[in-house]
Design a protein around this ligand. Sequence first.
Ligand SMILES: [Zn+2]
Length: 425
Amino acid sequence: MANLLIKNCLMADGQSSDILIKNGIIKDISKNISATDTPKIDANHHFVTPPFVDSHFHMDATLSYGLPRVNESGTLLEGIALWGELKPKLTVDAIKDRARRFCKWAIARGTLAIRSHVDVSGDNLLGVEALIDIREEMKEFIDIQLVAFPQDGLLRANCLENLVSALDMGVDVVGGIPHFERTMADGAESIKILCEIAEKRGLLVDLHCDETDDPISRHVETLAYETLRLGLNGRVAGSHLTSMHSFDNYYFTKLISLLVEADLHIIANPLINITIQGRQDAYPKRRGLTRIPEQINAGLKVAFGHDCVMDPWYPLGSHDMLEVAHMALHCCHLTGVEQMRSCYESVTTKAAEILHLEKYGIYPGAKGDLVILQCKDPIEALRLKPARLFVIRKGKIISSTPPVEYKLFMGETIEKEDLLFKNSS
Ligand SMILES: [Zn+2]
């Protein structure tokens, strides 16, 4: 819990302001604050943003790329099979080492909250044990929310008992994977069981749902129905929802009002699903992302997750949430000004709302968690994926990087360029 005065912050509305953090909480936002007894930094008229929030990740698998081999086909199913080969070889220490390293990458990129699924299928709960330790170890620096995720299928792999044990151990959210159960009926049954567990325990729900190109994979409908039946409105998220891309349009127009009625939250994973979906298509190949523009227009809360960094499903990534939003913007034709701003919110404020994070944002009384980016606004942040000049947690600087400056040796003198756009009207 530290004190910090940040001078010359460029706020989201384009105005300049100072921000004073006292005992880890934002105390004042106004011009010309002076606090002689407080450590001070200068944002130098760069954009100050609430930290990035990753609403969907797998921290038990991260940074395991190449163990024991790489995913040659690039498919979801080979990824799941590969994870099955790696799992018996995992140790608590190895999972913790990788997760710890990964958290440092995330923090350096300005992400200070992550919802991570953790696999609860199999003979043991090593992943749960490891990530509960990491959640505690890292809590001073980053908020980690864990989801009990039956990767091999709740009913198919008979892992209901493990899922309940994981929740008893302190895992925060109920997960599932209905489209991977053996039949549509089992998928629907798993949703009913999982939502009832969440309702009894007062927990949030976040299911991997309909992550397939199959246009008749409609588990999202059951998820919304169970949400309404149990009064879980606003507490349930559907992750991926890629089959929605291929739904019949008439069916979709009926479905969307059910999703609105249930206040179902949407979590898309653009980096992963643009690479995984459409693999069995001839040309033209479907993009396969869920219907993000229509969901935003309907007023649903839509967040974007990174999902994977260097694991059995995805060979790339450095945990940059701006890369995630950038991909969604391109794949979903979201190039209007308000649409681009909305993409930025999907990795900040909307994600924070879906995770039910408290005191998130930039206002007096909010937690003093801020990131200073080397740019002027959210749209330029998406364009440049700029340097995170300072990452601040409860008033303490926990990461910094110098401004990027390119030197050009093209004439008599050395020119400097920072790629920032200056309108010369
Ligand atoms: Zn996932």
